[in-house]
Design a binder for this molecule. Structure first.
Ligand SMILES: Cc1ncc(COP(=O)(O)O)c(C=O)c1O
Length: 490
């Protein structure tokens, strides 16, 4: 049976069924997928089917067994890792792209939105005159930025590292709070993970500028080539923003590439109460942001911005391929007459990164911004920052809570305390397990200055102040029960 024949004319009805299933899922009344008694696995765990069940069968299984047993991540009370469920606008756009523009190249509407939405992001986040490229997530976005940094550093000493590899030791400076994708990028780029110098942080989780200066001086004496300084605009652990201006000036004075990892925290610049902390962003040579974090895209959308995309091209360009030669105009080459969307690939995004085939991601970002505009984004960032500030305020005042770090953005690190309990790390670890099992309000944990913290990070478009309030109430309730059980003599 031709599956496309079966689908013809059925898309609307089937999507409407799946839409109804997703609406049901979004009520979040279903238990966790691993709740005892859940039997979805036995329905799904079958041997390779010789015959298909047809499109109605697939829709039915999706509705009955797959969607209701999905992830906890989209729950409004999920505040664990920096990830969320896609908003409805993102879902519509990604679905449309999957069918109507499975590739981002060609001179069609989705390709146009790729460029337009990158421009909108640059405008939104004050990255004037920077040029972007989408990739699958912060990990790859950081890799691309550091690829540009490697190209920049080696070209200055007369070598093309993309073609000839690296021939000397280099250093990348990043705070000890920097996301570990920086180390992995260094490994992938052939400069080695050990090239990343972990610079100590102050007690607010920000890179110590004096330590940065010292590390650069040490490397200069040792003849190591400084390749990049990586600053955080919102660390993963606590949301700290490094001193971008001071660090950017050091980078500029030494001619070192200045990269800002804003995968999570760049959108915070929209909240004017914290916007001054982003001063110095204008000095950056590269910046990343993940629309699939705070902007509400479904997972798979990150953006890298650089001043000169040609550097990315030299770092990542593909070798020529016979099947492409002559099929369309090549980058930089004017087509004799462009009369069809496939006469020209458009902006050669495939040369600015590590993906040839890639989904049209721009349409998702376009939909997110088109739906609520800049004003809606500002409101969301403020709401989430307010939620972290609310928890901090309660933690400062309540005798059984302790604030472990002043929040900068939408992360608040705090813990339950009780004089009856000796080991507060163990107590809070248990408390965290209970929260997860209750399946409503689910922060992660982290270490703050050697102490275990509960760490809600609010980025979900469906999360409101009600979730922050409910989390505090849950922590106080469970904490009191655990402290009672742990009291000596029980
Ligand atoms: C600051 C920062 N950079 C990079 C990443 C990696 O992003 P991704 O998980 O999208 O690959 C994260 C992930 O949380 C992050 O918080």
């Amino acid at each position: 049976m031709l599956n496309d024949a079966a689908e013809t004319g059925r898309m609307q009805a089937l999507l409407s069924q799946i839409g109804a299933g997703l609406d049901e899922f979004l009520k979040f009344e279903h238990p966790d997928a691993l709740q005892p008694g859940r039997s979805w696995r036995e329905h799904l765990d079958i041997a390779l089917p010789a015959e298909g069940v047809g499109i109605d069968g697939v829709a039915d299984e999706l509705l009955r067994h797959v969607i209701p047993n999905g992830s906890s991540v989209p729950r409004p009370g999920f505040s664990s890792f920096i990830t969320t469920g896609g908003t409805t606008a993102a879902t519509l756009a990604a679905t449309a792209a999957g069918v109507a523009a499975p590739q981002r190249y060609g001179l069609m509407a989705f390709n146009f939105l790729e460029a337009l939405s990158l421009q909108w992001l640059a405008d939104l986040f004050c990255l004037k005159s920077m040029q972007g490229v989408y990739s699958s997530g912060g990990s790859v976005a950081n890799l691309l930025a550091l690829g540009a940094a490697r190209q920049h550093a080696f070209e200055h000493v007369g070598r093309d590292p993309a073609a000839a590899g690296v021939d000397r030791r280099v250093a990348v400076y990043a705070s000890s709070e920097t996301h570990h994708t920086i180390q992995r990028s260094a490994g992938v780029l052939g400069i080695g993970r050990h090239a990343v110098r972990p610079i100590a942080c102050d007690d607010r989780g920000r890179m110590r500028v004096d330590e940065l200066r010292r590390a650069i001086a040490d490397d200069q004496r040792a003849g190591t080539l400084p390749m990049a300084i990586v600053a955080n605009a919102g660390t993963t652990n606590t949301g700290a923003i490094d001193l971008l201006l001071a660090i950017g000036e050091i980078a500029r004075d030494h001619g070192i590439w200045f990269h800002v990892d804003g995968a999570y925290g760049l959108p915070g610049i929209l909240d004017e109460r914290v916007a001054p902390l982003y001063r110095g962003l204008e000095l950056a040579d590269s910046v990343i942001v993940d629309p699939h974090k705070w902007l509400g895209a479904s997972v798979g959308v990150a953006a890298t911005f650089v001043r000169d995309r040609e550097l990315l091209r030299r770092a990542f360009t593909q070798e020529p391929a016979h099947y492409l030669e002559g099929a369309v105009a090549q980058a930089g080459e004017a087509a004799p007459r462009v009369e069809h969307s496939m006469d020209d690939f458009g902006v050669p995004y495939y040369d600015y990164g590590v993906e040839l085939s890639a989904p049209s991601r721009g349409v998702v970002v376009w939909a997110l911004i088109r739906e609520i505009g800049r004003a809606g984004m500002v409101q969301r960032m403020r709401r989430h920052n307010d939620m972290a500030a609310y928890i901090a305020q309660v933690a400062r005042e309540h005798p059984n809570l302790e604030l472990l770090q002043e929040p900068t953005l939408s992360i608040c690190c705090f813990r339950y305390v009780s004089p009856a309990v000796a080991d507060l790390d163990v107590l809070n670890q248990r408390l965290h397990r209970r929260l997860t099992r209750e399946n409503q309000n689910m922060p992660s944990t982290t270490q703050v200055n050697g102490r275990l913290a509960l760490r809600p990070c609010f980025v979900g478009a469906r999360s409101t102040m009600a979730q922050a309030q409910a989390l505090v109430a849950d922590v106080l309730r469970i904490g009191a029960e655990l402290a009672r059980d742990a009291a000596p003599g029980r």
